[in-house]
Design a protein around this ligand. Sequence first.
Ligand code: URA
Length: 237
Amino acid sequence: MRLDKFLSSAGTGSRTEIKKLIKGGVVTVNSSVCLRAETKIDPENDTVCLFGEVIKYQKFIYLMMNKPKGYVSATFDRRLPTVLDLVPEEYLHFEPFPAGRLDIDTEGLLLLTNDGQLAHNLLSPKKHIPKTYFAKVNGCVTETDILEFRHGVTIDGGIKTKPAILEIISAGEISEISLTITEGKFHQVKRMFEAVGKKVVYLKRTKMNALRLDEALSPGEVRELTAEELELLRKGF
Ligand code: URA
């Protein structure tokens, strides 16, 4: 990896600032001053210092976001704000992207990472990663709905969903439920309730695999996952 790329991916400054620092003789590689930004280094084995301080190499970033309403799960949109707009500046050089999509009006747990392999594992239909949602539903959710969801419902377009676990938190004119699905079809939760004649009026993801949303994160807040949380996210693969 080029020395300037290494320093910028460690968050030490912009490429231009870094080039100036290197020219200024304040960067060493294995204790020797290095004046060329294009010098190739081995990030795992070489010791790079800036002003005498060792720069640690971090390849991947794993961010938990409590996604608020009104943001699209994309890195760019011509019209609407994206979840990337909520990521603090200090993490942007890692080039994180959302691992999976939540609708613009859905809140809750969203993982942003630059680890393509992990994102692939989480999203691959073959892995059947469970995702749990809390929802408020217009209409009285019943035991019959639990059974229907357990067997799979036919959503519009004639697709049958995989078995899902529906739990009723409270049933009434507006019901509160928890639903765990192992697929990620477009608008899946909303379409499953439509299939049983009900409408989702509020939706929030609370869990992905064994990782739970940190309820201390307010909507729009972002923080790095702990090592334990990363383990929970990777459970089973
Ligand atoms: N199901 C939906 O309908 N919307 C989401 O955002 C996620 C799951």
